[in-house]
Design a protein around this ligand. Structure first.
Ligand code: SAH
Length: 368
């Protein structure tokens, strides 16, 4: 890519009114250090202008690894018989929420394998109520529990959830069907984003980046989807193989540098396309590089999700190989992240819920 062509693409995407898929593919494919720097700097400037030099922490609680789905890339897929299955108790969940609250994290993310049984629906509703009781209703709560019926989303919203992250994983229908042989219906998943919007959640989505065989053009379409869907939050990360999965087993030639580069370029492009959204710098970046999450912040992300639960179950929530932080407990994580963020010249938004300006403008500010 010549420098002039790259600069033109960056200028057009940065302007925001003439967005072309080819330009996005050009930006995503940047490998020359000066081009990467120009892209990340442009995105960082937009972030500073729109959401400030503030990083919001979301206390992450990994609820359990029981899962009804059989996604070919994921370490906690139904057919993985090697891992030990666990479900946190209500007490353990509330303990994690209390810790997040004490730490001044303004919000929580409850994530887990996908379940559809009524006992699970009830359990989540009860967990939401207990968390609010234990923390004075001060925390914003994001759920990331996959595809559910509209009724289930409604029930959880009423029980106190505010935000929902449902990754589409890829917006390419064929690739989606290959990755989810047991549930090939991409549109059914996308419809869930509508349900979530109708139930007045702050809505987030995302994809995996750099899947085997995935082209820059497909990733550019993922970006255009974010914009077309007009979401408030993005949580995405590079694909990393897991050896006990059908996809991870076959994926020779994994290139961690490429995955990190693509992951960061995707964040930067997302910030240019959705200036006032919340964008997470996810653990998968850290798995590729010890400082991957900080690099994500410098490429335009503004949210980090430190784990707040006991380290006991971490090894059983390995979605991909080399997931970091298996040993590090919550206070250590907080101290390390705080120091790193300060060193970047940013501050942590302690005690704040950190709603995406995009959601607030929509009239979705969270009221206690
Ligand atoms: N069941 C929930 C949460 C799933 S786990 C849901 O569907 O929303 C959270 C995310 O981890 C997944 O959405 C997927 O994007 C990511 N993930 C799973 N396996 C991965 C892998 N091998 N590499 C990178 N990310 C992965």
């Amino acid at each position: 890519m010549t420098s002039a062509a790259f600069q033109q693409a960056l200028a057009r995407v940065g302007d925001g009114d003439d967005i072309r898929a080819e330009d996005l593919a050009t930006l995503l494919g940047a490998v020359a250090p000066d081009q990467i720097a120009a892209l990340h700097e442009a995105a960082y400037a937009v972030k500073v202008r729109e959401v400030g030099k503030v990083v919001y922490f979301r206390g992450l609680i990994e609820l359990g690894n029981l899962c009804v789905r059989d996604c070919v890339y994921c370490g906690i897929r139904r057919d993985n018989t090697i891992i030990e299955r666990f479900t946190l108790s209500l007490d353990e969940i509330v303990q994690g929420a209390r810790l997040a609250h004490e730490f001044g994290y303004g919000s929580l993310v409850l994530q887990g394998g996908e379940r559809e049984d009524e006992a699970h629906t009830d359990f989540i509703a009860e967990a939401l109520e207990k968390i609010h009781q234990a923390t004075g209703g001060e925390l914003a709560i994001t759920l990331s529990l996959g595809e559910q019926t509209r009724e289930v989303y409604r029930r959880w919203r009423q029980a106190g959830a505010h935000r929902y992250l449902l990754r589409m994983e890829t917006t390419d229908h064929n690739l989606y069907a290959e990755l989810h042989p047991d549930r090939t219906d991409w549109e059914a998943r996308r419809r869930c984003l509508d349900y979530l919007r109708e139930e007045e959640y702050h809505v987030g989505t995302g994809v995996m980046i750099g899947l085997p065989g995935q082209s820059l053009a497909q990733m550019a379409q993922d970006l255009l989807f974010y914009r077309a869907q007009d979401v408030d939050m993005i949580g995405m990360g590079p694909y990393i193989p897991h050896e006990d999965t059908p996809l991870g087993h076959h994926f020779a030639g994994f290139d961690a540098h490429r995955q990190l580069r693509l992951g960061l370029n995707m964040i930067a492009c997302t910030r240019l396309l959705l200036p006032d959204a919340n964008i997470a710098s996810t653990t998968a970046l850290q798995a590729l590089d010890p400082h991957g999450r900080e690099q994500g912040l410098l490429a335009g992300a503004n949210v980090i999700m430190p784990n707040v639960t006991d380290t006991r179950h971490r090894a059983s929530y390995q979605l991909y190989n080399g997931k970091p932080g298996l040993q590090e407990n919550a206070p250590e994580t907080r101290a390390r992240l705080d120091a790193e963020i300060t060193a970047l010249g940013e501050t942590v938004g302690y005690g704040q819920r950190g709603d995406a300006p995009r959601a607030v403008k929509r009239g979705l500010a969270i009221r206690p």
